[in-house]
Structures are given as C-alpha cells and as structure tokens.
Design a protein around this ligand. Structure first.
Ligand code: ZN
Length: 287
C-alpha cells in the first residue's frame, strides 16, 4: 500500500463558526483570522494505492461554482487535485474509487466538473462511495445544513450511474486494511477511513477533528448538527487513537498533515506532527 497527500487547495471559513464556543482570544493563536474574521483551511485529500485500487478520499470544492459562491469561500493557493495527482504520476482517469467522507461541498465538490453545459463526473472511471443514510440527508437537507449540500455536486453522481453505497458495519473492513468508522455528530453518517499501514493505524479525520487545534475536546465546530454527539465520538475515537498510537491525518489543518497523540493531565493532546511523506520512514514494513 502507498499513501499520497493530494492537495485540493485552500479556502476560508469564518473563524467563529470553525471554533464553536471557543473564544477568539484562544483560537486566534492557533488559526489566525484575517481582517474579515476568516481563517485559511486546507482541503487535503488522501490517495490510497492498494493493489489494483486507487482510492481518492474526498476531493475539495472543485472549480465549477460561480464567482459569487467563491466570493464567500475564497479559494486560494496553487494546488489542484489534477496537479497534485500529476506530481505523483497519476491522472483523474487512474482513480478507481472516490470515497466521500460526506457530501459537504468542500469535501465532494471536485467529484463533478462542468463540460460545456453538462455536469459530469471528474473521475470518469471511478465508483463514487457514500452511505445511503448520508445520501438521503444530502438529498433532503435541513435548513441549517442546506448551504453545504449543493445539488450540482450530488445529483450528477447518481445520474452518471457511478454512485454506490457502502454498507459495512462500523469498524469493519470495506477492503483489506481499510476499515470504515461512522460518526453522526457533524452530519448524518460521516465516514472516517481507518487504514492499516505497515501495522500502524492511520485515521482520516475528515470533519470530526478538522485541525490539530480541534483535538481539544471543547473545540467543536458550530457547523456540527449534533455537537454533543461529536464530543462523545471524539472522546471515544481519540482515546483509542492515543492508546493504540494511531496516526491522525488532517483534512483541514492549514499546515499539519499528520500527528500522533498522547494522554496528559489536561486530556488528550498532540504528540508529534509530521508530513505524510515521512510515514514510510517512521513506520517501516515489519519483518
Ligand atoms: Zn463537513
């Protein structure tokens, strides 16, 4: 198995909304805001090359929205999924599976591209994976979550015939060395890939723990549908991660790609941070 970081660029979200009840005097040190109170976030995806599979986990916000939309979210930086795939010798046609943690626009917008006046899958040969429960909530969103689920990102997946539903039980294997954890605090049935790499567990944190700062329990996004469930899910999963020396992979942290955890008197905290490119050297194949 090989793992590659695929950078889909950075964007901005309101600092207050990203940090929930945490006061700005605290979060501004971790994730400094600009003059409009917006903080910069990565849209960091993960490519899993595993036997004949090339699985892309999430794909950023894409490029098909209009200027008004991008005016709210300020995409910036030079990274794109295509460029980032090319840097590792891949093209969008090489992707066999697009694994979508959830269907919020900053995670799945790159799934669909505009071709003339048509909306078509950006990964022509891939199957697109979500859960039936999450799909239903994306198709029939509540008023609070509606702005995150864009029809143009979602409906063409079904129309193309490339949509699939994952139905393995929580913590069970979807593929060898690739388990799925389900959490419901951020949105209905968000999936967290739990990957075994040379005997070590790598957790793709998606929006359960968007950045290193969010490891601290009360740092829960105001975007979450059920923040108290997020608290419980974070406590359970991060405790297991700390006890079993997992590596966390962050989708939104502006800088940090990976970290390990430790238990301290003040709760679970970050131990070491490192780029994914160091993973093989840090966790070599066990003889
Ligand atoms: Zn989300």
């Amino acid at each position: 198995m090989r793992l590659y970081t695929i950078n889909a660029g950075h964007f901005k979200l309101d600092g207050g909304a990203m940090h929930g009840v945490v006061p700005k005097s605290m979060w501004n040190k971790a994730n400094p805001a600009d003059e409009n109170n917006m903080c910069s976030w990565a849209m960091r995806c993960l490519l899993v090359e595993h036997g004949n599979y090339k699985i892309l986990i999430d794909n950023g916000m894409g490029t098909k929205q209009d200027d008004k939309f991008f005016g709210y979210y300020h995409p910036h930086g030079d990274d794109t999924v295509e460029k980032s795939l090319a840097a590792h010798g891949f093209t969008t046609d090489d992707i066999t599976d697009v694994f979508l943690t959830h269907l919020h626009f900053d995670h799945c917008g790159g799934s669909i591209k505009r071709e003339g006046d048509k909306l078509v899958p950006a990964f022509a040969k891939a199957q697109y994976w979500t859960t039936e429960k999450h799909w239903q909530s994306a198709m029939n969103p509540n008023e609070r979550e509606k702005a995150s689920f864009l029809k143009e990102n979602i409906e063409p997946m079904q129309e193309s015939g490339q949509l699939r539903f994952i139905d393995v039980a929580d913590g069970e294997k979807w593929l060898p060395d690739f388990r799925v954890r389900y959490v419901n605090g951020h949105t209905d049935s968000m999936m967290l890939p739990q990957i075994t790499f040379n005997g070590t567990t790598i957790l793709f944190c998606a929006d359960l723990v968007p950045s290193v700062a969010h490891i601290s329990m009360p740092w829960v996004m105001a975007y979450d549908m059920r923040p108290l469930d997020t608290l419980k899910e974070k406590a359970q999963i991060l405790t297991q991660a700390a006890e079993e020396n997992w590596v966390l992979f962050f989708e939104h942290d502006p800088k940090v790609e990976c970290c390990t955890l430790q238990k301290t008197d003040r709760g679970i905290r970050m131990k070491e941070t490192f780029p994914l490119s160091e993973l093989e050297a840090r966790y070599p194949v066990k003889e």
